[in-house]
Design a protein around this ligand. Structure first.
Ligand SMILES: [Zn+2]
Length: 232
């Protein structure tokens, strides 16, 4: 099984790219106040359509993305494309798309940014993880926290159930060890059936990948710049 991860920079809203959006996506795009948020959203949608078109042998404008939320039906859920499993994430200057043919997948990229990481850790980390986190030297805390966060959010995103799966129900290996689910109190996550990887750590970023199943995927990271340019 393969798992491809495509990386893109947020692309500006050219007429050709905007034309790829459906009506619901277009109103989400218009609803973002900040230009960078518009561009991240647009780039995510463009990536899904462009990569799905390559995989499925159809035109990008014929790719239908279903974003209905599993909880409330509103169009803010994990995106779904018939015939593929996809996950999208953006932070700072990066947008990532992970895709497999059939295994549920989650990807999360996080810019290591100024944040009250001690407060966030109490919400996101399990008691066992917190015990480790408290021993991290102050200068390393931000990096360690965003390593945990990106890994855990990747697992939560692979469930397709978003934040209804609390991150604190998962215990992962320590931030400076290879990523693995040690134990799970969330019924949606079976600790022995999650493959995890850290993605190419761009300077100042952390990125995690989770693929559900017992087969280890072959992970390939790709640059989507040419793909985006070909569509826009
Ligand atoms: Zn919802």
């Amino acid at each position: 099984m393969r798992c491809d991860v495509w990386w893109a920079r947020p692309a500006a809203g050219t007429p050709a790219l905007l034309e790829l959006l459906d009506d619901v996506e277009r109103s989400r795009y218009d609803g973002y106040r900040r230009e960078i948020d518009k561009f991240r959203f647009l780039t995510g949608r463009t990536l899904i359509r462009g990569v799905a078109a390559l995989e499925l042998g159809v035109s990008a404008r014929d790719v239908v993305i279903d974003s209905s939320c599993f909880g409330c039906g509103k169009p803010h859920g994990k995106p779904k494309v018939d015939g593929l499993e996809v996950s999208i994430s953006h932070s700072g200057d990066w947008v990532a798309l992970a895709l497999t043919e059939a295994a549920p997948v989650g990807v999360d990229v996080e810019e290591v940014r100024d944040a009250e990481v001690d407060d966030l850790a109490r919400i996101a980390l399990s008691p066992a993880e917190l015990a480790v986190f408290r021993t991290v030297p102050p200068g390393d805390k931000k990096g360690a926290f965003f390593t945990y966060w990106s890994r855990k959010e990747a697992v939560v995103k692979a469930t397709g159930k978003g934040m209804s799966v609390p991150m604190s129900k998962l215990t992962l290996t320590a931030h400076d060890e290879p990523p693995r689910v040690v134990s799970s109190e969330a019924p949606e996550v079976e600790s022995g059936a999650v493959f995890m990887a850290d993605l190419d750590p761009r300077e100042g970023y952390r990125a995690g990948l989770a693929v559900f199943g017992t087969e280890e995927p072959k992970v390939t990271e790709r640059d989507a710049a040419d793909l985006i340019a070909s569509l826009g």
